[in-house]
Every structure is written in C-alpha cells, then in structure tokens.
Design a protein around this ligand. Structure first.
Ligand code: CA
Length: 438
C-alpha cells in the first residue's frame, strides 16, 4: 500500500492551535506525529499524544470525552495504552482513520461550541510534559544503507577497496541492542571498554566517542516466523519514522569489530527522537530512490520493484548540531535521507527474507546518513577523517571526537513546494563523564 496525498496534507487547512501556523514549527496540522508523554507536576501515567504546534493533543482524554467515537474498538483500545505498540499492530487503514479524525478535530471552526471546549481541554502545553519512549522496542536492527558513508569509512580502513563486493547486492546490517535505546534528552555516559594500546590492549574510558546521524523506521504490523514480506507489501508494514543517534565508541569498535561486527562499541546507548512521524504524513515528500550509477548491478528480483524505485525514498533534510557545555550550538553537518542506496522497503523485505519475524514496535535504523560532498558526513569519524582534520568551533575550539559535556542535537525536516513543511522535533543527548572507577 502506498499512501497518497489527501485532504490531511492540504496546505490551506486552518488549525485551532495558533502555534501550529508558525512557519518554524515542526508540528503543523499536516504532520500529526504520535508519541508518549507524561504530565509534569502530577502523578499521571504515560499517555499517547499528538504534537500540534507547541501543544499535545492527549488521545486518551480525547477518547474519554467521546471525541474519537465511531472509530474501531481496537483503535480506541490502542489509543488508551501507554505505548504505541498496540496501535502499530493494527495496520495502515486504522492508522489512516485515526489521522483523519485527529485532523478534523484540530481544524479551526469545525466543531460545535461544546465540542470545541472538549478539544481545548484535551490540549496541553508541551512545556508541561515530558516525553518518554514511544514504544516498547523488542528488537533493534541497524543497517548501513548510505553508500557515501560506507565508502568513506571503507576508504579509511581499506584505501584500495573501500566498498566490499557484497555492498551493492545485500543490504548490510547488524542486530543492535534494544534495551539501551533511550529517548531524547537522556544523558549518555562515556563507556569504558577495551581498545588497542601502545604495546598491549587497554581497558579505559573511550577516547573516541562519536555520534551517528540516522533515521529509524518503526515496524507496524509484523510478520509470522517463517514468513516473508514481499517488496510490494513492505511499505504497509512500516508505521513511521524517528531520528536516531547511534552513539559509537570508535576505539572500542576498531579493536572488537572483526570478525562479527559491532558489539560493546554501540550497545551502551542509542538515542531516538520521541515523536514518530507517520508514513502517511510523509506521503508528499516521497521521491525516486537513488539512481544507481551506471555499471552497478540491479537489485536482485526480491528487492526490485518499479514503484519502489519511483517513490521509495524520502526527501528529508537532516542536520546535526554540537552544543559544548554552556555554549551555543554549532552546525556540524547537513545530509538528506533521499541519498540512501537502499529504500526502507528494501531493508524491511531483506530483513524478513529468511523468515525472521518482525514485530510491532521493532526499530529498523538506516545506518549513518552521509552525503557525497564535504560537510555532509553523518558522524565525526567522517567529518574529521578519523580525527586527522579536527572540526573548528567558535573561539578557537576544535573537536575530533566528543568531549564530556558536549550535547549532540539532530533535527529533520521535509519540505516541498506547494506543501507545508513538517519536522521531526529534536533528538538530543549530552555526554556525561564515565564512572570514576570500574
Ligand atoms: Ca550505525
């Protein structure tokens, strides 16, 4: 199923929340991302909400006030839950129905006075809430879908053969650690670990701590163990997207990654942005998949689909800022999700091509999203070319890798002429010093 542009994307929609019309907001009425929040200053349980301007529409409260009446019973049960997993399991028709209803509720002048008062009572300022994990993530997989990132990193370690022969045939990935995926704002402790020393391996706090700019897709409906998902159906299994920071300790990684791939260099923390921007919200921003350079092999038949080639990529601008403690943020890089070698449909289809079961709430990340040109590297390893070309910051400050107190902030925004731009909010995390002793 491919989502088409519909009335919920109409740029002329007027929203009852004034801040949703601020051209700088990530959350206009055309976006409607879902997340889970807790109200500050009261002992409330986590609740599912929708970001709108600088407010959150509380879906549980909306349901209790009858504002969602008439929607499917399972959908109503899902919105009353403390995570998005139950909603994710329901499938695209249900997600679309919910989106349409929320869009209607939030349109200005489209309700009786009493209903308008009930909608108003279900809206609360974001400043009075704290976001928590949007879903219980059962499994987390990280791919390596940016050919520019793969080529750059390959060049550093194998100048003669930067891309391994499998890269253009098989979407390379590894199974990450779901238990240490944390929501934006959670401090990240510098990990201890084993790395190469002058004469012998050492065990000490990482000195080459890095971030990786990525985008993650949440699986909606899953597939049974032993069954696969065809490339044409893959889209319908994807619920929506968030930003992902796959924190990486390069010194640990270099020492441990052969022959089985990343392990403790990655599993100490992965940060995600709290709002999930749905596949349907992104419909206007779908673009053709990256054109494979002349001479590259065509994808094998199970990963090849004309429609996916025509509209499988997403035009999503990404930015990374570094914010040293007590200082203003500095833009480190810009890249775009459309520059991936593999589409998310291809990643999902490949993931379960062996019968591996994906479940609602599983997280599939893109891998570091880098572009082709200078200043588009999605991690410090690339931007500083393995620490040999430090990034210059204001007042003579420089960085090769992250220092204690540094905060990394990622942002994503989709724009297209004729449509209202939508954003992902922030994915942020600050490095705190390693524990004193082990
Ligand atoms: Ca990664």
């Amino acid at each position: 199923m491919k989502y088409s542009v519909n009335e919920t994307h109409d740029p002329s929609l007027e929203c009852r929340v004034k801040s949703a019309h601020d051209p700088r907001t990530d959350f206009p009425i055309q976006n409607l991302p879902l997340g889970v929040f807790i109200r500050l200053n009261c002992k409330s349980r986590p609740a599912i909400g929708v970001a709108i301007g600088d407010r959150i529409l509380d879906l549980k409260q909306s349901r209790e006030k009858g504002l969602l009446a008439g929607l499917d019973e399972r959908l109503l049960e899902g919105v009353g839950s403390e995570s998005l997993n139950d909603l994710m399991a329901l499938g695209p028709e249900h997600w679309s129905a919910l989106r349409r209803r929320i869009s209607l509720l939030l349109r200005a002048g489209d309700a009786s006075r009493q209903k308008a008062a009930e909608i108003e009572a279900s809206l609360m300022p974001m400043s009075e809430t704290r976001m928590v994990m949007p879903a219980r993530i059962g499994d987390y997989t990280d791919f390596y879908a940016s050919i520019y990132h793969a080529r750059n990193v390959g060049k550093m370690f194998r100048p003669d053969t930067p891309l391994l022969p499998n890269y253009k045939y098989v979407p390379v990935g590894y199974h990450g650690r779901a238990s240490s995926v944390v929501v934006s704002g959670t401090p990240v402790r510098r990990p201890w670990g084993q790395s190469e020393g002058q004469s012998a391996p050492e065990f000490k706090p990482s000195r080459m701590l890095d971030y990786e700019l990525e985008v993650g897709a949440f699986v909606g409906t899953g597939n049974a163990l032993g069954q696969s998902v065809g490339i044409r159906e893959a889209d319908a299994h994807l619920f929506g997207f968030c930003l992902v920071n796959d924190w990486s300790a390069r010194d640990l990684q270099k020492w441990e990654y052969q022959p089985l791939g990343p392990f403790l260099a990655k599993s100490f923390a992965t940060t995600i942005s709290p709002w999930i921007v749905t596949m349907e919200a992104l419909a206007p921003f779908r673009v053709p998949a990256m054109q494979r350079p002349l001479g590259d092999p065509a994808p094998l038949p199970y990963l090849a689909d004309k429609e996916d080639m025509e509209s499988g990529a997403i035009d999503l601008g990404l930015e990374v800022f570094l914010c040293p403690e007590g200082k203003s943020p500095v833009l480190l890089s810009r890249s775009n999700l459309r520059d991936l070698y593999w589409t998310f449909s291809q990643l999902l289809t490949h993931h379960c091509s062996n019968g591996c079961n994906l479940r609602p709430g599983d997280l599939i990340a893109s891998g570091t999203v880098s572009g082709e040109g200078k200043g588009t590297g999605g991690c410090l390893l690339e931007l500083t070319w393995r620490g040999s070309e430090p990034v210059k910051l204001p007042q003579g400050d420089t960085r090769c890798f992250l220092e204690d107190g540094d905060e990394v902030v990622m942002r994503g925004r989709a724009e297209r002429d004729g449509f209202v731009g939508i954003g992902f909010g922030e994915c942020r995390g600050r490095i705190v010093p390693s524990s004193d002793s082990f």
